[in-house]
Write a protein that binds this ligand. Structure first.
Ligand SMILES: Cc1ncc(COP(=O)(O)O)c(C=O)c1O
Length: 425
């Protein structure tokens, strides 16, 4: 979070005080640091410099075209899960030959669109997809390249809603079925198996589940090759955890040091699909206090942003640091930990304006006393923030701003009331 630092109690993004941005665009607004995004992408590339690799940024984390364009300029490819995400990548000038199409439920139209664009490959998420992709490819006189998404049945020790690599989840194909698919594949001339994929979950902070999953997946590659499939791509997915509160997540170097000895012997090109690691700590959601309210022994700080803007606390019980952009003390550096805050404080639920009890950013949170009109920063909101936002309660979606050094640009305008009804007939 070192591009969101306090200087004498005032929050800056890179070289700009964020209140200056808010004076121009209002609240709520997402603000992103270009420097953090580029740096995080480079950190991954450095950690895997010793092996041929391709970072395929996971578009679902933050699909703003300005961000996709920056990552394209860094040489990144993309992981998409819908025709709409592929459209965004192409609009941002992304290379379809560096684009992977994952996604549990691809429609025939989406498969056709991706084939027409000559993407790198499809991740096969269930055995039934084989017939569909094969038929569509043959109709188009093409051969579709595939990776089988293996469900390695490994517990990534993360929130149950972002666990994907256990057998009981809807993701991927368990190893027994995956073997059966690999054996059947020669009967489908419209497809070719060139890769194996795994993605065991998100916000994973330890290396062991990756290593255990990678061991199963590399053994599966051997099996596929034994059946004559030209497997050259090993995709270890995304899910690398970041710091929201504590600093327990392993570094990218820790992940690569543990994983490289397992994956290198395959001789495959290593693909990765990080989303959160690149953008999570590159963004904040800025909001304004509308009201303070007391009810029984509880205090509420009611903000103009809500679960419609950032749903992670409601959906995943996610923790986000929240601090005023102007602190009462001359705080320097990173936003403090709640536990280490020794200044004046208030214990409150920080909530939004939405008519849902689940509309909160924090419960029983110690923050400095705030007043109507004060502005707050919800930190680590760059991933799964704007991308999961909605118009619930007919709130227009917020603005998005990208900061580079001492410059900032509006990359997504705040929606208007007219936008809310634009598509209604
Ligand atoms: C298949 C796949 N790849 C990559 C990702 C990105 O995960 P993260 O943002 O945790 O890196 C996801 C997230 O859900 C995913 O489902």
């Amino acid at each position: 979070m070192h591009d969101f630092l306090y200087r004498d109690g005032k929050l800056f993004c890179e070289e700009i005080p964020v209140d200056r941005i808010l004076d121009a665009v209002g609240t709520p607004a997402y603000v992103y640091s270009a420097r953090t995004i580029v740096e995080h992408c480079r950190k991954i590339r450095e950690a895997y410099a010793g092996i041929e690799h391709l970072v395929c940024y996971s578009v679902k984390a933050n699909s703003s075209r300005a961000i996709l364009r920056m990552l394209r300029d860094e040489g990144a490819g993309f992981d998409v899960v819908s025709g709409g995400e592929l459209y965004r990548v192409l609009q941002a000038g992304g290379d379809p030959r560096k684009t992977i199409y994952a996604g549990v439920g691809k429609t025939a139209e989406e498969i056709r669109y991706a084939l027409d664009q000559n993407i790198l490959m499809f991740n096969l998420e269930n055995p039934g997809e084989l017939e569909v992709i094969d038929r569509i490819a043959r109709d188009a006189d093409k051969v579709a390249d595939l990776a089988i998404r293996v469900n390695p049945d490994v517990d990534p020790k993360t929130h149950r809603y972002i666990t994907t690599g256990k057998r009981e989840t809807k993701f991927g194909i368990d190893l027994d079925q995956a073997e059966a698919v690999a054996r059947r594949l020669s009967g489908y001339p419209g497809v070719r198996l060139i890769g194996v994929h795994m993605h065991i979950g998100s916000q994973i902070t330890t290396v062991e589940p990756y290593v255990r999953a990678a061991e199963k997946v590399t053994a599966f590659i051997g099996l596929c090759r034994g059946l004559g499939h030209p497997v050259t791509q090993l995709n270890i997915g995304g899910g690398f955890g970041i710091f929201y509160k504590d600093k327990s997540a392993r570094t990218m170097q820790d992940f690569s040091q543990a994983l490289l000895p397992v994956v290198r012997p395959t001789g495959c090109r290593l693909l990765m699909e990080p989303g959160r690691f690149i953008v999570g700590n590159a963004g904040v959601l800025l909001t304004q206090v509308l009201f303070l309210k007391e009810s029984g022994d509880r205090a509420f700080v009611i903000c103009d942003a809500g679960m419609n803007d950032l749903i992670r606390p409601a959906l995943y019980e996610a923790y986000h640091k929240i601090w005023p952009i102007q602190m009462p003390l001359k705080v320097q550096g990173e936003p403090p930990d709640e536990e280490s805050w020794t200044g004046p404080s208030l214990l409150a639920d920080v909530v939004g304006p939405i008519c849902e009890s689940g509309d909160f950013f924090a419960r029983d949170r110690r923050i400095p006393p705030v007043q109507r009109g004060d502005r707050l920063a919800v930190f680590s909101a760059g991933a799964y923030g704007y991308a999961m936002s909605s118009n619930y309660n007919s709130h227009p979606r917020p603005a998005e701003v990208l900061v580079r050094g001492d410059q900032f640009a509006l990359i997504t305008a705040r929606e208007s009331y007219a936008d809310l009804v634009r598509n209604e007939r």
